[in-house]
Design a binder for this molecule. Structure first.
Ligand SMILES: Nc1ncnc2c1ncn2[C@@H]1O[C@H](COP(=O)(O)OP(=O)(O)OP(=O)(O)O)[C@@H](O)[C@H]1O
Ligand SMILES: [Mg+2]
Length: 376
């Protein structure tokens, strides 16, 4: 660390019952450019901590009335002061570590008298650097929260403002096709049908974009979610599509309950199962198997989703989780290319893992792993 470092607006509290020690400390620390406060007793120090945010306290151990350890005890027991790092300044023998029992945890260090200027400065700088990094993290976090919030608001406004005129277009087109079809020739009717299907596609794109953008912005708390139940719900909601394609979804084994965002678990299975139905081969109905897999760890839930559909070329697999990616096999199938990108984001947000293997003309297997509990 260079001696030129400066920490303006950073406050240090020096506590010592002897004036000459306080002045000596102030002189040494003044090279750091900090705002230095001096207290002559434990009580004075406490009143300072009520009024200021200190990055560090240099605390003389041996003081009358309240000694340094007693003061430290009080500081540690209060929410506002318990995080302040402390450097104890003591005349006690360096070998006699037993005195410091109980202070081994937390941001604590020791300086032995007579104080060595270089050691003092380097120890203080370590704590000031830590404080600086902490401040930077706090600033980054609040900026992230702010931008997440404005993104969510933006998405809601966009959704509202884009969907309203779109509904008007769809509604009026529908009306003209049913009520005024007689006044239009075949070309006119065809144009109206094209407008209706474009509006429908745009509506889906907006919905999918919102779902994709919402994954990380959504701060709703995780709760225990029964994955077997989620799959049942998704299958039930896909019933019409399954019947239309004579498709079947089979669940093998029991999927557990995990700590997760319930809406996002629904989106995850909805996207994967809907793909399995949509990308089915022409010569056979879709057969999708969700299979629970035993893993050595009780903290992880692992399963596969396997289909017998058109499959994907191995060379194209690595891009499927990128937003708006549609592979060459998707020609002729409706879609926005956001489903798997949303799935990937959901898995990432839940600290999980997804992998795909596929073979053109034969089918696809997605393998997923999710932690049973979310760590902070
Ligand atoms: N089970 C599958 N079998 C074969 N190809 C698949 C399968 N799942 C995904 N794909 C390929 O990966 C691409 C991306 O899938 P994704 O679900 O992200 O988008 P999509 O289905 O095209 O559109 P949507 O946003 O409506 O889901 C698809 O366009 C398709 O080419
Ligand atoms: Mg899809």
């Amino acid at each position: 660390m260079s001696g030129a470092q400066s920490y303006p607006a950073t406050k240090i509290l020096v506590v010592d019952d002897r004036k000459e020690n306080l002045y000596a400390m102030e002189k040494i620390l003044s090279s750091l450019g900090c705002d230095i406060h001096m207290a002559h007793s434990g009580n004075e120090a406490l009143s300072y901590t009520l009024r200021h945010d200190f990055a560090l306290i240099l605390l003389d151990v041996n003081m009358p009335e309240m000694d340094g350890f007693e003061l430290a005890e009080i500081l540690r027991s209060h929410e506002d002061t318990k995080q302040i790092p402390i450097i104890f300044v003591t005349a006690i023998n360096k070998e006699d570590k037993s005195v410091f029992k109980g202070y081994e945890t937390g941001a604590v260090d020791y300086l032995f008298k007579p104080v060595d200027v270089d050691i003092l400065l380097s120890k203080v700088k370590v704590f000031l650097e830590l404080n600086k990094k902490k401040q930077e993290l706090v600033a980054i976090q609040s900026e992230l929260e702010r931008s997440n919030q404005s993104l969510t608001e933006f998405a809601q406004v966009v959704s509202h403002d884009l969907k309203n005129p779109l509904h008007a277009i769809s509604g009026l087109t529908e009306l003209m096709l049913t009520k005024n079809a007689g006044q239009l020739d075949e070309r006119g009717q065809e144009s109206l049908r094209l407008i209706a299907s474009s509006a429908e596609r745009m509506n889906r794109l907006i919905t999918d974009l919102l779902a994709f953008a919402q994954v990380n912005a959504d701060s709703s708390a995780c709760q225990m979610v029964d994955l077997s139940q989620v799959i049942c719900d998704v299958i039930s909601d896909l019933r019409a599509r399954l019947e239309a394609e004579r498709g079947e979804v089979t669940v093998v084994g029991q999927l557990p309950s995990i700590e997760a965002d319930p809406t996002q678990m629904y989106q995850l299975f909805q996207n994967l199962l809907a793909n399995g139905i949509k990308y089915h081969a022409q010569d056979r109905p879709p057969r999708i198997v969700v299979r629970q897999i035993e893993v050595p760890s009780p903290d992880i839930c692992c399963f596969t989703i396997e289909d017998n559909g058109i499959g994907m070329a191995e060379s194209e697999l690595e891009s499927i989780f990128t937003p708006f990616t549609r592979l060459s096999n998707a020609r002729g199938y409706e879609g926005t290319g956001l489903g798997l990108a949303t799935v990937h984001n959901i898995i990432k947000r839940h600290q999980g893992f997804i992998q795909v293997t596929s073979s053109l003309g034969e089918g696809t297997v997605f393998k997923l792993a999710l932690p049973i509990r979310q760590s902070m």
